[in-house]
Ligand binder design. Structure first.
Ligand code: GLV
Ligand code: MN
Ligand code: MN
Ligand code: MN
Length: 428
C-alpha cells in the first residue's frame, strides 16, 4: 500500500521548470503592448484571455475552479479534512502599461506549479489548499489598487464606491465587469466579502521588486511587513488662454500649479528624514494640452508610502497644505483634493514566517527577513487571516518596466519554498 507522506519534510519536490518557463512566455503574449513589455488591464480582452489561460491551468492541475462577482478566481484542492479553513496562496496577473511579465504572475503560475509539485510528491493536504488569482492588484483602470483583495477583505466603502466608479473612457466598473462575464444581474458587490478566518493562512510568492536579494546573493526573502500605501487625486483650475496674448502677470496657470505641487511632494517626502518615506507623481495631465494654450485645468495623482503610517499621514497633510497655498499664490482653484486610499501597513504572521523559514532551511536555500516596499494583495489578505510573503530575487530590482526579469532557477526556488510552506501550513 502506498502511504502518503504525513510530514512535509519527507516529501520530494520535483518541479517542471520547462513547462513553467513556457507558461510565463505564453501568458505574457496576452498583452496590449509589444514584446518584451506587457500591458494587461482589468477586464480588457487580453485580461479575459489571460484569465481563461490560468483557469485552464488550474483545471489541468485538478483544482476545482470558482469565480466571484468581480472575477477573483479560486482553484481548490480539497484536503483530507475539507471542513477546516483552507490555506490559500496567490497573486495577480494584471500588468500596468509597459511593464514586465513577472510582477504578480510568479505568484499565480508559481502557485499552480506548487500544487503540481505537491501532487507529484504524493502529498495529501489535511487542510484544503486554494490558489487565488486576485482581480486588479494594479490601480490602472479604476484608480484603486488591490481592488479584488480589498473587496474580499470586506471593504464596504469600496463595495459602494464601485457602483458609481468609471474609468477614463467613462465606462462604469459594473459595465466593464459585465463585459468580461462578471457581476451578472447584481449591483451589490458585498457577495465578494469573505469572513475573517475564511483561510487558516495566506502566503504570496512575488518578485522582490527591489535589488537587495540579488545584491546580497540571497535566494529567498521572507517578508515581515508591507509598507503603508496611499494615493491622492488633485485638480487645479485656472482661466487658461492664449499662450502669446496673455501676459505673464495676468495668468493663473493650472499646469504650473500642478508642477509646483509635484515639487512640494518631493520636498515633504524628503523632509520626513527617513529613507522609508517615498512619494511619486506618476500622472500629470494638462487641459487642453496644446502647446499654444495656457493650461486651464490640471490633474495629478500622487502615490506616497512609508513603513510608518503616521509619518506618511503627516506627508499627506503637508501636501494638502501646499495645494491650498498654491491656490493663493497662483490664483487657481483647487477643484479636487481627494484621498483615494490611505491604507495602514500590514505585519506578517509569526506562524507563516516560521513555516517559510523552515521550508527554506530544509531546502538548503539562503534567506533573509525583509520588508516589502511595494504593496500586494497580502496587505488585504492579512485582514482576513495570518499572512506572509515569499520574495525571490529579480534582475537589478527592476519592476514596472519591460526589463523586469527573474531567472527560472530563482522562480523554481520560490515555487519549492511555497510548496513546502503550503504543505506545512496545511498540516497545522
Ligand atoms: C503595486 O504594484 C504597487 O504599486 O506596489
Ligand atoms: Mn505591480
Ligand atoms: Mn505585484
Ligand atoms: Mn504590487
Amino acid at each position: 500500500i502506498h502511504e502518503p507522506p504525513h510530514s512535509s519534510q519527507s516529501i520530494s519536490l520535483s518541479l517542471d521548470s520547462h513547462a513553467l518557463h513556457n507558461q510565463f512566455d505564453e501568458l505574457s503574449a496576452f498583452s496590449d503592448s509589444p514584446h518584451p513589455s506587457v500591458t494587461r488591464v482589468l477586464y480588457t480582452d487580453k485580461d479575459v484571455l489571460a484569465r481563461r489561460y490560468v483557469k485552464n491551468l488550474m483545471e489541468i492541475a485538478g483544482l476545482s475552479v470558482r469565480e466571484d462577482a468581480i472575477g477573483n478566481i479560486f482553484g481548490r484542492w480539497d484536503g483530507l479534512e475539507p471542513e477546516l479553513a483552507a490555506v490559500a496562496t496567490g497573486s495577480h496577473i494584471d500588468a500596468i502599461p509597459y511593464s514586465g511579465k513577472y510582477d504578480g504572475v510568479v505568484g499565480v503560475l508559481g502557485a499552480i506549479e506548487a500544487i503540481n509539485v505537491l501532487k507529484r510528491s504524493g502529498f495529501k493536504p489535511r487542510r484544503s489548499l486554494e490558489v487565488i488569482l486576485f482581480t486588479s492588484e494594479e490601480p490602472t483602470r479604476f484608480g484603486i489598487g488591490c481592488l479584488g483583495s480589498r473587496l474580499l477583505s470586506g471593504s464596504e466603502n469600496l463595495a459602494s464606491a464601485l457602483k458609481t466608479t468609471t474609468d477614463s473612457q467613462n465606462i462604469s466598473f459594473l459595465d466593464a465587469a459585465r463585459s468580461a462575464g462578471y457581476a451578472k444581474d447584481i449591483d451589490d458587490l458585498s457577495s465578494v466579502f469573505l469572513k475573517k478566518g475564511a483561510y487558516s493562512a495566506f502566503v504570496e510568492l512575488h518578485i522582490e521588486q527591489g535589488p537587495i536579494l540579488e545584491d546580497e546573493g540571497i535566494s529567498i526573502g521572507i517578508v515581515t511587513a508591507i509598507a503603508a500605501p496611499a494615493s491622492l487625486k488633485v485638480e487645479f483650475e485656472g482661466n487658461g488662454g492664449h499662450a502669446g496674448a496673455v501676459l505673464m502677470p495676468n495668468r493663473n496657470d493650472a499646469g504650473l500649479a500642478a508642477a509646483e505641487l509635484a515639487l512640494a511632494v518631493e520636498k515633504h517626502v524628503l523632509e520626513s528624514g527617513s529613507i522609508d518615506t517615498v512619494g511619486t507623481v506618476g500622472i500629470l495631465e494638462l487641459h487642453p494640452g496644446a502647446i499654444n494654450s495656457i493650461p486651464s485645468k490640471s490633474h495629478i495623482e500622487i502615490d506616497t508610502r512609508d513603513i510608518d503610517e503616521e509619518r506618511r499621514n503627516r506627508v499627506i497633510e503637508k501636501i494638502h497644505q501646499s495645494a491650498i497655498k498654491i491656490t493663493k499664490t497662483r490664483g487657481v482653484k483647487l477643484s479636487e483634493f481627494s484621498i483615494i486610499n490611505q491604507d495602514p501597513p500590514a505585519l506578517s504572521s509569526e506562524a507563516v514566517i516560521k513555516a517559510v523559514e523552515t521550508a527554506t532551511r530544509e531546502l538548503n536555500l539562503t534567506s533573509k527577513l525583509m520588508i516589502s516596499r511595494a504593496y500586494h494583495d497580502s496587505l488585504f489578505m492579512a485582514r482576513l487571516s495570518p499572512t506572509g510573503m515569499i520574495f525571490i530575487p529579480c534582475y537589478k530590482g527592476y519592476s514596472h518596466k519591460p526589463e523586469e526579469f527573474a531567472s527560472i532557477q530563482d522562480v523554481a526556488n520560490g515555487v519549492k519554498v511555497l510548496a513546502s510552506t503550503l504543505a506545512k501550513l496545511s498540516l497545522q
